[in-house]
Design a protein around this ligand. Structure first.
Ligand code: HEM
Length: 425
């Protein structure tokens, strides 16, 4: 328990907050659903309704800083009631400004229309066959050994190759992608605030995707990369090659840490919440509800970020143009005004899917259906092939004295590793 007042610990750099944001957000919430930090020119939104308000209000709030985070200083001096023009003039000065998640207005709508066409139910269904097969293989190998490390040994290769299959990455290149992603730290790590480095994985994958897309423009196949390569904007124009390359690489990257952490966070809840494993073994149809509760209680994206483009409001709070905002998804998902007994795990919550783990509004996660499906499929295989899954006490200690290591990231909530022992059926 900390003795410091809200706002004194720094969200972006304090190790204790990076490792456990929940207590910090409760300190902030005690001061109301929208809070001005003492040590930075940033508002933190912890209220559910207020978070939805910001996420839906793309007119007044730009997404330009959502990759580097709200600590990234504006590359200009905000002036007046409306900084839209200034922001557009400096858009390219923000890191990751070529990624769809940072786009605003018509440019976002146009790119999003292309992305939405990639994740159709029929594509996801075709991809599911690969998921089933690969999940079976990974789980059977792990059960044969009697143990595994979930985060790096199972979840990362699994979600990496599922997205590779979905995007049509040639099988011979998949191992290279897997190695590049394995070697990279998650986004939003300590030391990135205010000075993020360009992600080397994205650069690496960009080279491959430029090749794939070029090839598919001349020689289209039946895969997502071809759909992307031959897509046109709603006005009939063809996107620039590099614009598509960035989105393709981002699609690949965006699903990695998030889905891998959803699997490992789910596994921890399954093992550590009394009675939960047994209940799920008796009725695996509860897995989708389990995932929604894990997404709400411990979703893998704990915050996203915005900049006010003009003078506006969040709830009762006046927000001046240029104000940077943390939308604390992890706090909104535990707002007691929205959720009864918010810290409790419950399968029977009304409107259980209404959490903000996949955000809300125009930037709502494009991969939500994929993430839900891939984690459900591999959990089903774990239940099928085991009679018990337990935490490895040699690595994580005995119950009551557990030590679990979380990634020190200001974006991602997830375990660095999770060692389990598997009792075969
Ligand atoms: C548990 C897994 C996942 C979580 C928790 C998650 C979370 C999110 C969140 C919170 C956003 C919105 C950020 C904002 O509003 O500023 C987002 C956007 C996005 N996600 Fe996910 N995501 C997950 C999996 C995936 C997967 C598997 C993919 C693709 C393969 C993906 C692709 C994207 C893309 C492209 C966007 C940008 C959408 C836009 O800006 O219009 N995500 N995700």
């Amino acid at each position: 328990m900390t003795t410091q007042a809200a706002g004194e610990r720094d969200y972006f750099t304090d190790h204790s907050v990076l490792l456990d944001p929940y207590e910090y957000f409760e300190e902030i919430r005690a001061h109301g659903p929208v809070y001005q930090l003492k040590n930075r020119d940033i508002l933190v939104v912890t209220g559910f309704d207020e978070s939805v308000e910001v996420l839906r209000n793309a007119r007044d709030f730009s997404s330009i800083n959502c990759v580097p985070g709200a600590a990234y200083p504006l590359p200009f001096e905000p002036q007046g009631d409306d900084i839209s023009e200034l922001l557009e003039a400096h858009r390219g000065d923000f890191p990751a400004s070529d990624l769809v998640v940072t786009f605003d207005d018509a440019r976002h709508t146009a790119m999003r229309a292309i992305l939405n066409r990639l994740f159709t139910p029929s594509r996801l269904k075709a991809n599911q066959a690969f998921m089933e097969e690969f999940a079976q293989e990974l789980v059977q190998e792990a059960v044969a050994k009697g143990e595994c490390e979930i985060v790096n040994g199972i979840a990362t290769p699994y979600v990496t190759l599922v997205v590779a299959d979905l995007l049509g990455v040639p099988p011979e290149d998949r191992e290279l992608f897997r190695q590049a992603i394995d070697a990279a730290p998650p986004p939003g790590k300590l030391g990135d605030e205010g000075n993020p480095k360009l992600d080397s994985v994205m650069q690496f994958m960009g080279g491959y995707f430029a090749n794939y897309i070029q090839q598919r423009r001349t020689n289209p196949k039946e895969d997502v990369l071809s759909t992307l390569a031959t897509a046109t904007y709603p006005d009939g124009t063809t996107p620039d090659l590099m614009e598509l390359v960035s989105q393709a690489a981002f699609l690949f990257a965006a699903g990695q840490d998030t889905s891998a952490k959803l699997l490992s966070n789910s596994m921890r809840h399954i093992i550590e919440t009394p009675g939960l494993q047994q209940k799920l073994r008796e009725n695996t149809d509860l897995i989708p509800a389990l995932l929604e509760e894990v997404l709400r209680l411990e979703g893998s994206t704990k915050a996203t970020f915005r900049v006010a483009r003009r003078n506006t409001r969040i709830g009762d709070t006046q927000v001046p143009a240029g104000k940077r905002v943390i939308v604390a998804i992890a706090a909104a998902n535990r707002d007691p005004r929205r959720w009864d007994d918010p810290a409790a795990f419950r399968f029977d919550r009304p409107k259980i899917r209404e959490h903000l783990a996949f955000s809300r509004g125009p930037h709502t996660c494009v991969g939500a259906a994929l993430a839900r499906a891939e984690v459900r499929v591999i959990l089903e295989r774990f239940f099928e092939h085991t009679s018990q899954i337990s935490l490895c006490e040699a690595k994580h200690g005995k119950p009551g004295k557990r030590h679990l290591e979380y990634e020190p990231s200001f974006i991602i909530r997830g375990l660095a590793n999770l060692h389990v022992t598997l009792t075969p059926n």
